[in-house]
Write a protein that binds this ligand. Structure first.
Ligand code: NAD
Length: 462
C-alpha cells in the first residue's frame, strides 16, 4: 500500500460525503462505572474464552476485522473530533491497517522436541485478564490492535484509556464486544471504565486478577507500570532521527521523510521527528523538501516564535500536538497555502524543536560533517529510548554500523517510517512498540506465557 496525498484527499471527500455520525454512537457493551466491576466482567468473560476453540476465536477476530473496516471512517472522524489531533484520511488508513495486518491466532505457535525420552512441547497460554493503558495519539487504533492480539492469545482485556480520547475508545470497545457476541463469543472480551483516571489506573495495576499490564504512552506511564510489581510491557516514547548520507537517492529521501513525518500530523511514535544530514547533501535535501515536498522554511524569528508557542514555559503545549503545519504556522501569525504540510529549518541538535519529541510536523535538519558524525548526533537525538530510527543510504556497511550504534526496536532503511507498521513495507502491524521492555513490535504471542508440556517415553514415532 502506498500513501499518496490525492488518494488521501479522495478518501476524505468520500468519507465526508457518505458519513453520518449519529450523536448516539455509543452503546454500553464492556463499559463500566467502576474499575473493579470492569475487571470482574473481563474475568468472567475470560473463563469462556479459555474454553473456546481456536477456530471460534478466529471467527471472532474475523468479525472484529470486518467491523473495523466498516467503521474506519467513523473511528477516524471521532478520534480527530475528540482529541483535536491528527488527520481523518490518515486515521482511516491506520484503522484499515489494523484490520488487515494485525496478527490473530496464527501468531501463537508451538515449539516441540521429540526423541527417545518422549515428547515435549512449549505452548503459549493466556495470562488471563490483561490491563492495558492506551494513548490519545492513536486511541482506537491501539484499543483495537491490542484486543485482537490479546484475545488471539486467549486473554480478555481491561482498558484504562487516555481520558482525552475516552469516547473514541469506548466506541472501539463496543465494536469489539458486538463483534464477539454476533458470532457466538462472550460479551466483555474488552472492558473499560466510563471515566478513566489515575485512580482507576492504580486500581487496575494492583488488582490480583491482572497479571500483565501493557502500557502504551510516554515515559511516565511506562515507569509507573514497571514499578507496579506486575509483569509489564512498556511501549514508551521515541524521538526518531532520519539520517541521510551522500549515497542516498536524495530526492526520494526528501519525499519518504516528509511523507513519514506528516502522516497523521506526526502523531505516530515511530514517525521521523528530525533529520541528520551529512554536509555534502544537506542543501540538496532541503531544496527538495522545500520545492517539491511542501515544506515551509522557517526563519530564525519564526523558529523562536514557534518555540514559544509549542514549548510554552518549557513544556510541550498539548494544543499544538497533532496539528497540521498550516495551523501551527497560523498560531504564530504566518499564513501559508494549503499545500504546505511540514515546517523545516536548519539548527543544531540541541535546538528545542529538534531535541524534543514534538509529535507535530516540524522537521529540523541537523548538519553533520560526515557519516560518523551523523551517527553520533542521531544516537544523541534518540535519547537512549531505543525506539525507532531511520536511514537513507545505499551503503550496507554504513547501514549496519548505524543499526548497531542506535540499537532501536525499529530501523527503516530507504523508506517512510510507516513502512515499519507494514504500510508499504513487509511485516505485521502493531500500535504498541515495546521499546523499553524489549518485546519490540507486539503481537498475540507477546501477550502469552510459555508453558512446558512433557510426555515421558511416549509419543515419539520417529
Ligand atoms: P501519555 O503518556 O500522556 O498517556 C498515555 C496513557 O498513560 C494515557 O492513558 C494516560 O492517561 C496514562 N498515564 C500517563 N501517566 C500515567 C501515570 N503516571 N500512571 C498511570 N497512567 C498514566 O501519552 P500520550 O500523549 O497519550 O501519547 C503520546 C506518547 O506516547 C508519546 O511519548 C509517544 O511516543 C508514546 N507512544 C508510544 C507508543 C509505542 O508503541 N511505543 C505508541 C504510541 C504512543
Amino acid at each position: 500500500m502506498s500513501i499518496n496525498e490525492q488518494m488521501v484527499q479522495d478518501i476524505v471527500q468520500d468519507v465526508l460525503a457518505k458519513m453520518q455520525i449519529a450523536s448516539d454512537v455509543q452503546g454500553d457493551r464492556g463499559v463500566f462505572k467502576d474499575m473493579n466491576e470492569a475487571i470482574e466482567a473481563a474475568k468472567a468473560s475470560q473463563k469462556i474464552v479459555a474454553k473456546m476453540s481456536l477456530d471460534h476465536r478466529e471467527k471472532v477476530i474475523s468479525n472484529i476485522r470486518k467491523k473495523i473496516m466498516e467503521n474506519a471512517e467513523i473511528l477516524a472522524r471521532m478520534g480527530v473530533q475528540e482529541t483535536g489531533m491528527g488527520n481523518v484520511g490518515h486515521k482511516i488508513l491506520k484503522h484499515q491497517l489494523v484490520a488487515e495486518k494485525t496478527p490473530g491466532t496464527e501468531d501463537i505457535t508451538t515449539q516441540a522436541w521429540s526423541g527417545d525420552r518422549g515428547l515435549t512441547l512449549i505452548e503459549m497460554g493466556p495470562f488471563g485478564v490483561i490491563g492495558a493503558i492506551t494513548p490519545c495519539t492513536n486511541p482506537s487504533e491501539t484499543v483495537l490492535c491490542n484486543t485482537i492480539g490479546m484475545f488471539a492469545g486467549g486473554n480478555t482485556v481491561v482498558f484504562n484509556p487516555h481520558p482525552a480520547a475516552i469516547k473514541t475508545s469506548i466506541y472501539a470497545v463496543n465494536l469489539l464486544n458486538e463483534a464477539s457476541v454476533e458470532v457466538g463469543g462472550p460479551d466483555n472480551i474488552a472492558c473499560t471504565v466510563e471515566h478513566p483516571t489515575l485512580e482507576t489506573s492504580n486500581i487496575m495495576m494492583k488488582h490480583p486478577a491482572i497479571q500483565l499490564i501493557a502500557a502504551t504512552g510516554g515515559p511516565g506511564v511506562v515507569t509507573a507500570v514497571l514499578s507496579s510489581g506486575r509483569r509489564g510491557i512498556g511501549a514508551g516514547a521515541g524521538n526518531p532521527p532520519a539520517l541521510v548520507d551522500e549515497t542516498a537517492d536524495i530526492r526520494k529521501a526528501a519525499e519518504d521523510i516528509v511523507n513519514g513525518c506528516t502522516f497523521d500530523n506526526n502523531l505516530p511514535c515511530i514517525a521521523e521527528k528530525e533529520i541528520v544530514a551529512v554536509d555534502s547533501i544537506a542543501d540538496e535535501l532541503m531544496h527538495y523538501m522545500v520545492n517539491e515536498q511542501g515544506c515551509y522554511l522557517a526563519s530564525k524569528e519564526e523558529q523562536d516564535a514557534l518555540t514559544n508557542v509549542v514549548l510554552a514555559g518549557g513544556k510541550l503545549n498539548r494544543k499544538c500536538v497533532g496539528r497540521d503545519a498550516k495551523t501551527l504556522l497560523g498560531m504564530i501569525g504566518v499564513t501559508v497555502p494549503d499545500n504546505i504540510r511540514c515546517i523545516t529549518f536548519e539548527g543544531p541538535k540541541e535546538h528545542p524543536l529538534i531535541a524534543t519529541e514534538l509529535m507535530m510536523p516540524i522537521l529540523g535538519v541537523v548538519r553533520a560533517k560526515d557519516f560518523d558524525d551523523a551517527v553520533e548526533q542521531a544516537v544523541w537525538l534518540e535519547h537512549g529510548n531505543r525506539h525507532s530510527a531511520h536511514i537513507h543510504s545505499k551503503n550496507v556497511d554504513r547501514i549496519t554500523k548505524y543499526a548497531k550504534a542506535i540499537d532501536t526496536a525499529i530501523l527503516v532503511k530507504n523508506g517512510p517510517s510507516y513502512a515499519a507498521l507494514g504500510f508499504g513495507g513487509e511485516g505485521f502491524c502493531t500500535f504498541t512498540i515495546a521499546s523499553r521492555t524489549g518485546e519490540g513490535l507486539t503481537s498475540a504471542s507477546s501477550f502469552t506465557k510459555r508453558r512446558r508440556c512433557v510426555m515421558t517415553d511416549s509419543l515419539c514415532i520417529r
